[in-house]
Design a binder for this molecule. Sequence first.
Ligand SMILES: Cc1cc2nc3c(=O)[nH]c(=O)nc-3n(C[C@H](O)[C@H](O)[C@H](O)COP(=O)(O)OP(=O)(O)OC[C@H]3O[C@@H](n4cnc5c(N)ncnc54)[C@H](O)[C@@H]3O)c2cc1C
Length: 395
Amino acid sequence: MDQSANGPLSMVIEEDWSEIREAVERICMQYPNDYWNELDAASEYPTAFVNALTEAGYLAVLIPEEFGGTGLPISAAGAVLETIHAAGCNAAACHAQMYTMGTVLRHGSEAQKQRYLPKIATGELRLQAFGVTEPTTGTDTTQLKTRAVRDGNQYVVNGQKVWTSRALQSDLMLLLARTTPADEVKKRSDGISVFLVDLREAVGNGLEIRKLDAAINHNTTEVFMDDLKIPPESLIGEEGKGFKYILDGMNAERILISYESLGDAKYFIRRATEYANERVVFGAPIGKNQGVQFPLARAYAEMQAAELMIHKAAALFEGGQHCGAEANMAKLLASEAAWHAAEACMQTFGGFAFAREYGIERKWRETRLYQTAPISTNMILAYIGQHVLGMPRSY
Ligand SMILES: Cc1cc2nc3c(=O)[nH]c(=O)nc-3n(C[C@H](O)[C@H](O)[C@H](O)COP(=O)(O)OP(=O)(O)OC[C@H]3O[C@@H](n4cnc5c(N)ncnc54)[C@H](O)[C@@H]3O)c2cc1C
């Protein structure tokens, strides 16, 4: 079983990083629902919010001190993201920096780390874009079609990415491309490489970014590469090992996204409970009705259970132990707990849930994403079925 090699585990069950949570909450209070609604309507990036978080150092919590960050564990980064979401804000505009940076940190050369990480820590450079998904291959990442071919002292890249979020707001993009054709490798995950593409140089020189019209304000795009030429120093780690590098970062990504869903669940339960106690219909607060009360009580129980699994996954991750199963389960449980809380909240607010000024419908749309991206629920269930329970692979 996946976790058989793990040793004893100690984990924080109560809320941790209270100073960080309080400070992040103070920042969030300056960006109320109106701010997010206006951006949502105009499909614009929350620049002021991201700048405030960057200046306060909260996007650099996972960057080691030697590269200008605070070098804190994943639970601290999680506390930042959870607090943002629990306050009704959205960290999706900047969360990718926390986990894409990890690929450079773990697999980049010393020169790449020195060149990029300190500037990412100060916000001088934004690494918010992560180009993995492609229109024709979707979840089947090893079949991606984007090709990077070494030609003298450069790589020439051709292909297309879809749903590459924040590419228009990012200076750098982590790009996954095939460097050895699929029919020339032993394992389908071999022959794929990771590149750090400088978008400031690439845009207009073989790379084009087109905004996607999505149901949520996620600043997501399509990226087209047509004979894009990038220097060999863009390659992260060894050529052909990129899929493994990306997999290495996935546990961190899943745990961090779980914290966002946890924050969402807390937001919905808080808003719904307050409303259920205040709103009087038929001469009594609506929360007196079990039809209103019980879905919220159930959502609360689910949220608490998800929180425990998140803490377990984070503790294993921080202890350098296997956490694939827990990171996946945390993401599954938290995204579903958030969705159930969102549904209960929508129902509690009745017609007013649809009034944009309440912020509920925006958060409801936003929280739905996490059952699909960055990995869909089915793929998590497949992981548990195969890697934890030892059943056959279906694909
Ligand atoms: C708002 C948004 C932002 C995103 N941001 C990024 C980003 O920044 N970078 C990036 O690279 N990607 C990003 N994505 C892409 C996201 O990761 C993918 O949408 C997701 O991984 C699913 O891929 P797909 O859409 O191609 O679905 P498909 O692979 O076509 O799958 C469709 C459905 O079929 C199911 N399915 C497929 N195969 C199986 C199987 N073998 N067993 C069971 N079920 C299966 C899937 O679970 C899914 O429910 C984003 C997506 C959205 C919507």
